[in-house]
Design a protein around this ligand. Structure first.
Ligand code: 5CA
Length: 449
């Protein structure tokens, strides 16, 4: 992408309405624009990051055996009356009436709709286990939408729903998602720490929230320090095998939100030198709720003995539009965002210091082309502007590597690479630059670990 033709409305000033750093930086870097309270347009740069986050989620969901579909945003109230949640959901649900005076709603979640899909088609235990997921916009009329896309009213959710013959099957499905979640957050450079949590309006008695630790997090969390450095299950984890040992290993160390414990309970459970009391951002939440929906909605399958049984269900959410600011909370400095390569909007930016100088233009275009040919997601800053402004933009929008090309270096046959994270700059022969960038970038995509 050539920056001169891109749409990147960066702001010089920090907008006053933004309280936390991720919200400030998303506005300044031209990633989002507020439309109404808790409702945002994703501008091109933001949308590019969001898509990378979504792609990682999809890859890990697919790897775990979940199958993607897509359900509508606007739902019929009838299904929610069947489950009994239409009245129970209260004011957070945006209720709509169509021209025929039928009651509709903008979906805050999809347990009812997926249960309806299931009961329409699935008849036999032989079709189980089944896990269906989608990535779709939700609307919740939050009392306090705030912090930009961190807590918005319209937000994107990955929601998966599992169906099993019995409780043991439902548990195994829960473990598969648990492992997929650990891998998903880790591929974005984050540690998503699973914590016992309250089930709220989704229901059931077993649930874990995944929290990213950050001072600006909305939840108070208590955990055993060793959870932060634990090994993540690798790419070749066998999702058909028994994943309970991984679940047991992670959950044997204490971690809970303040809805599930208090300071006294925490202090009694964790040795003093291992106690970590922190703020957390809830980036995922998984639930196991048995027949809470299958019973009122009569979702059954024929079991091995020929008798009908209620299907055992769970649901599993991740918030992609919350993950983007959560990643920024974890990775930024005074100059701006410092994206991990795996979610960076561009992996490298070619900075032409002297647009209009024939040699600089030719070398920049050549290297930009070679980077693209090598599969690098590259941006080319070809704007006719001073070097200071270009560096400031590249730092602000957080591109992991800057390839700096100017007449002085070219005379010596040299270019420079700046590492955004460390600030380190290295000079190297022009012919080595692309190879060097590929060797730096590819391993950090974390798509083979
Ligand atoms: N049906 C279940 C799981 S599929 C469910 O709705 N769970 S949830 O309510 O916990 O939401 C799942 C995830 O969506 C949360 O962990 C969070 O990452 C994200 N999320 C929830 N509310 C918001 C919001 N207002 N803004 C941004 N993300 C949100």
């Amino acid at each position: 992408m050539r920056l001169s033709r891109y749409f990147l409305p960066v702001l010089k000033e920090t907008p006053k309405e933004a309280e936390i750093i991720s919200h400030q930086l998303m506005l300044r870097a031209g990633m989002i624009k507020q439309q109404a309270a808790g409702s945002y347009t994703w501008l091109p740069l933001g949308f590019k990051v969001l898509n990378k986050v979504v792609r990682i989620i999809e890859e890990e969901q697919n790897r775990s055996g979940a199958i993607q579909l897509l359900m509508p945003t606007v739902q019929s109230a009838d299904l929610w009356k069947e489950s009994g949640r239409y009245d129970a959901y209260g004011k957070e649900m945006l209720r709509i009436e169509d021209r025929h005076e039928r009651q509709m709603l903008f979906g805050p979640t999809n347990e009812e709709m997926i249960t309806d899909v299931f009961r329409t088609y699935v008849r036999s235990y032989k079709d189980l286990p089944l896990n269906l997921y989608h990535i779709q916009w939700k609307f919740r009329d939050e009392v306090r939408p705030r912090f930009g896309t961190m807590r918005s009213r319209e937000f994107l959710m990955k929601d998966a729903y599992s169906f099993d013959l019995d409780e043991a099957g439902a548990r195994a499905a829960f473990y598969r998602m648990f492992v997929a979640y650990l891998r998903t957050f880790s591929r974005m450079g984050l540690t998503g720490i699973p914590m016992r949590a309250d089930t709220g309006p989704i229901g059931g008695d077993l649930s874990y929230e995944f929290h990213v630790l950050a001072d600006t997090g909305e939840s108070q969390v208590y955990l055993h320090k060793d959870l932060a450095g634990k090994t993540i299950p690798p790419i070749d984890t066998d999702y058909r095998g028994d994943l309970k040992p991984i679940f047991d290993d992670w959950t044997s160390l204490f971690a809970a939100t303040d809805e599930m414990t208090d300071e006294a309970g925490f202090k009694a459970a964790v040795p003093e030198d291992k106690q970590l009391s922190a703020r957390g951002i809830e980036v995922g939440h998984i639930f196991c709720f048995g027949s809470k929906y299958s019973e009122p909605m009569k979702a059954t399958v024929t079991g091995p003995d020929g008798k009908d049984v209620l299907v055992q269900m769970g649901s599993y959410g991740i918030g992609p539009t919350r993950l983007v600011p959560a990643i920024i909370e974890a990775f930024h400095d005074e100059a701006g965002i410092v994206w991990p390569v795996s979610v960076a909007p561009f992996e490298a930016v070619v900075i032409n210091l002297k647009v209009g100088d024939a040699e600089s233009d030719a070398a920049s275009m050549k290297l930009y082309g070679e980077l693209q040919a090598a599969g690098i997601d590259a941006l080319y800053d070809d704007r006719d502007q001073g070097a200071g402004g270009k560096f400031a933009t590249a730092d602000l929008i957080g591109i992991p590597y800057q390839l700096i090309i100017g007449p002085r270096g070219l005379k010596e046959g040299q270019v420079e690479i700046k590492h955004r994270k460390s600030g380190e700059r290295e000079t190297l022969p022009i012919g080595d630059a692309v190879k060097k960038l590929v060797s730096l970038i590819v391993p950090q995509r974390l798509d083979t670990i």
